[in-house]
Ligand binder design. Structure first.
Ligand SMILES: Cc1cc2nc3c(=O)[nH]c(=O)nc-3n(C[C@H](O)[C@H](O)[C@H](O)COP(=O)(O)OP(=O)(O)OC[C@H]3O[C@@H](n4cnc5c(N)ncnc54)[C@H](O)[C@@H]3O)c2cc1C
Length: 574
């Protein structure tokens, strides 16, 4: 059974990117039919809701868009698409004003009424606007209310499984989804589709993103032959909570503001180890702090669960409890006293800088398909600054909504899907029902380990090759594995199987890109190629999937606004 529906705009994902896109498309043309399809419940899923730290925006007199831009480019080790980075930092100002004045968010303020900006690592100005340490809940709840108040259709607990092109493969015709509640398939024909499923590197032993994220969007894009850039760039957040293997809280992030406020990192033998490694100590960038922690772990100077400690008590327990209420409660749930004691932490996979290659207006090379948020590549290069993630999803989500409305005005006709591809994808999604039952969890556990051990914080060629061959083996085993239960409604094992398949496919793209980059930039550190290489001749990786497998290229970075060695500070904007 295949239910068929049509809409003008179909948005996959209801995070910051998806919800902003819906609101902007509706504002641009209220006559458009707009549908949001999301794997979870509106407002309750994805990572935007999980944003703790805040939103980077240059608002204060001592700051400037140019300064935010330079921090983004230097943080990204000169790999960002500079036009995207410029759009990110300049439009963030408009988006924060929209969030406050139109969407209804309240952010914390200074005594003089201006928005408070907190310190985040790797930035030259305290520009991270926030609501305590639960900023994402404020943003996503208010966006959700605005979406509810408009005639925007919702397909909640609907999982996209395939992007379906036209017969000539020149455009996208629609999307195949599974209604997770009934298990039925639904084909939604759309004039414009936004991919906003939010990436999310959940294939690592320790990871932070929400459980509904399994790289489905990137896996679907790969299968369609679309180019993905910077896939080797997986950001590890230095301070994931480490509370043992039996709790899902292990891996969840303890926000950067802790280090920003003056928290200390202490190894298992009681030494504060960051001061000797970087003048910024704990406030050094995420990639560097993660590597330093990983080195302590490799040297065996670890805590009972195998990580290091974060210590905040010297800042005053009452002050810490007041400033980081959410974090203190989370740690207490796991038996740690963040305000006055020591909390075990470990680097945790947090964000994928890589994503689908797109234009600044979010268009991809396939007509009718747009991409925004963490699914899109280019804005961050080799590193994402803390606070630039939610800025990225809201800025480019809004642009996507505007762009799709204009695009539909120019391309008003619907398109027919390639029936052969649709049949193939229906069979593909049902593959596990045709195979004998197997233990999926052990496959998943092996994937988490191989990615952490071989494709993690510190890499080398031998480890990456080992990783690739293990992942190939896992893929073969997965394809031979089936489900015990043939029921379709809310069959979560079916969705675990599909999650694992997406994670395996995207993991292979990460390994291929990591093998290709024979230098160390930002989040990607090769022990066998520790130098960053010549910045002026920087390249970024591009992976595509062909029938024969993954094809990987290196393309030159275009320094459209500023060249290595130059700075925009003190100059007029471009
Ligand atoms: C714990 C944590 C803390 C963070 N803190 C910060 C911070 O302080 N500052 C900051 O800037 N950034 C932060 N980030 C990063 C930030 O959350 C993300 O960069 C940003 O929210 C991503 O927005 P998005 O709209 O692209 O994706 P998301 O908000 O993750 O939304 C993705 C959506 O896609 C849906 N989806 C997934 N797969 C499918 C599918 N197959 N079909 C249909 N729907 C699908 C999901 O259900 C979800 O609705 C944090 C991330 C985490 C995990």
């Amino acid at each position: 059974m295949l239910e068929r529906t049509t809409t003008d705009v179909l948005i996959l994902g209801s995070g910051g990117a998806g919800l902003f896109a819906a609101l902007h498309a509706h504002q641009a043309n209220p006559d458009l039919s707009i549908t949001i399809a999301s794997k979870g419940l509106l407002g309750k899923c994805g990572c935007t809701r999980m944003v703790q730290g805040g939103y980077n925006v240059a608002l204060n007199p001592g700051d400037s868009i140019e300064r935010h831009f330079m921090d983004t480019i230097e943080g990204g080790k000169w790999l960002p698409n500079q036009n995207m980075a410029w759009t990110l930092v300049s439009k963030a100002v408009e988006r924060v004003q929209e969030l406050e004045n139109e969407v209804g968010c309240f952010f914390d303020r200074n005594p003089d009424g201006t928005l408070h900006g907190k310190a985040f690592a790797g930035q030259t100005f305290d520009r991270t606007v926030h609501k305590g340490d639960l900023t994402g809940i404020e943003i996503i709840n208010r966006l959700m209310e605005q979406v509810w108040a408009r005639p925007i259709q919702r397909l909640e607990e609907h999982r996209a499984v395939a992007l379906i092109p036209t017969v000539d493969r020149q455009a996208l015709a629609g999307v195949l989804l599974i209604d997770m509640r009934s298990g039925a398939f639904r084909y939604v024909a759309a004039k414009a589709v936004l991919l906003a499923t939010g990436g999310g590197p959940t294939m690592y032993r320790y990871h932070t993103p929400s459980g509904d994220k399994s790289m489905d969007g990137l896996a679907m894009a790969l299968r369609l032959g679309l180019p993905l850039r910077d896939m080797e760039m997986v950001q590890f957040h230095p301070t994931g909570l480490l509370a043992g293997p039996d709790t899902r809280m292990t891996g969840t992030v303890l926000e950067e503001g802790l280090r920003g406020a003056g928290g200390h990192l202490i190894n298992g033998v009681g030494e504060r180890f960051m001061q000797a490694r970087d003048p910024r100590a704990e406030r050094a960038t995420r990639d560097f702090v993660s590597r330093c922690i990983y080195e302590e772990m490799r040297a065996g100077r670890t805590t009972p669960h195998g990580g290091v400690y974060i210590k905040m008590g010297h800042l005053g327990p009452d002050q810490v409890a007041k400033q980081f209420k959410g974090m203190v409660e989370r740690c207490a749930d796991c038996g740690f006293d963040l305000a006055a004691g020591l909390v075990e932490v470990v680097p945790t996979a947090h964000y994928l800088m890589g994503g689908v290659v797109c234009e600044v207006d979010t268009a991809t090379e396939l007509a009718g398909l747009f991409v925004a948020g963490e699914d899109a590549g280019g804005a961050h290069g080799a590193n994402r600054l803390g606070g630039n993630g939610v800025a990225n999803s809201t800025v480019f989500g809004a642009i996507a909504g505007d762009t799709m409305a204009k695009w539909i005005a120019r391309n008003p006709a619907g398109r027919s899907p390639d029936a052969g591809v649709l049949r193939f994808e229906l069979a593909r999604a049902q593959h596990p029902f045709t195979r004998p039952r197997a233990d999926l969890n052990q496959l998943r556990e092996r994937l988490l380990d191989v990615m952490w051990d071989n494709v993690g914080v510190i890499r080398d060629a031998a480890g990456l090759q080992r990783g690739m061959s293990t992942i190939d083996e896992l893929e073969r085993e997965l394809l031979a594995s089936g489900l015990a239960d043939g029921e379709r409604p809310f069959n979560l094992t079916w969705h675990d199987w599909l999650n694992l398949r997406s994670l395996i496919e995207v993991s292979k793209a990460i390994v291929a890109a990591a093998l290709k980059r024979e230098n160390s930039r930002g989040a990607h550190f090769r022990e066998d190629f520790p130098r960053e290489g010549d910045l002026a001749s920087s390249t970024f990786t591009v992976v595509r999937q062909h029938d024969a497998g993954l094809c990987i290229a290196a393309e030159p970075v275009e320094f459209t606004i500023v060249r290595p060695g130059e700075s925009l500070l003190g100059q007029a904007p471009p």
